[in-house]
Design a binder for this molecule. Sequence first.
Ligand code: GDP
Length: 365
Amino acid sequence: ALTAGIVGLPNVGKSTLFNAITKAGAESANYPFCTIDPNVGIVEVPDERLNKLTELVQSKKTVPTAFEFTDIAGIVKGASKGEGLGNKFLSHIRQVDAICHVVRCFEDGNITHVSGKVDPIDDIETINLELVLADLETVDKRIVRVEKLAKQKDKEAVAEFEVLTKLKEALESDKPARSVEFTDEQLKLVKGLHLLTSKPILYVANVGEDEVADPSSNKNLQKVRDYAANEGAEVIVICAKIEEEIAELDDDEKEMFLSELGIEESGLDQLIKAAYSLLGLATYFTAGVQEVRAWTFKKGMKAPQCAGIIHTDFEKGFIRAETVSFDDLIAGGSMTAAKEAGKVRLEGKEYLVQDGDVMHFRFNV
Ligand code: GDP
């Protein structure tokens, strides 16, 4: 299963956030595909559409979908040079599919900051530099091998040498691999390098308790927003300490607490949704009287593969998928009405499943 790694300097609130995740999190028993590991937190994906579907088909049960966060403890300065546990942290980052980078925006005189002052951009650059240096090492090693072959006019080597040179240029000017533009062919080569700075990233700005209602009052936050915008990355504003408290509440209490704070959606819920999308994941639904259920698929998957997520037999014996978009179904008011309006399609093996599709698979046993 794909996982999003939580990364950041020491004392920025990673453990607090991860605590909130595990407290709010789902039991892995409900999600057999999930790992049982203390460093992995399983979260259910909040999705307003589930309740609407449950109401529409009057189903007895509602099952959300889930995915995993991985806690990658405190990367330290000098990690790429193998100081202390440095290399271990980098190898853990290598294993995750997306990066959630927690940065400290809250001021609190009682909590020391590793570099002595709260400066989120400096923090971001510290970690990003470590990742860039590690990638540069990977690229340099590879270039030595490929260059010889490229000089002998080996076609594949020439193509790879071009890719490596572009990457080297970017990394040497502190730019992440993901910022470099490549053709689809070249991207395949880049993928094979498993670079750390190729992984999609978002920033989690950890603000103070008294700032969540009006985060613009935090002067550090705007700097993070500007930095991220420049990279085309998303910023999620969160108060990890408050999320830890919220995670202990039941749904009703949570709603009351949030409205007292003057916020609509908890930072953690926003983070879950953003990380899910960052991983390239999307949701389709099955909706019956017994159960309405959300299923996670990877964007770009076709109908038979998506059927296979429910059961391998569904994929093997796939015939067709009766498909209606969530919006069309809700607009119709019932499955029958949606059918009468011609909104329910019969999709075949080549159909690219879309986020929000409500599907019924037909298959041979
Ligand atoms: P980590 O080293 O990144 O895992 O950081 P921790 O989660 O252990 O947090 C370091 C300290 O900062 C702890 O004392 C936390 O209680 C505190 N902390 C974390 N988030 C917040 C926050 O949003 N506001 C305040 N005031 N303190 C926080």
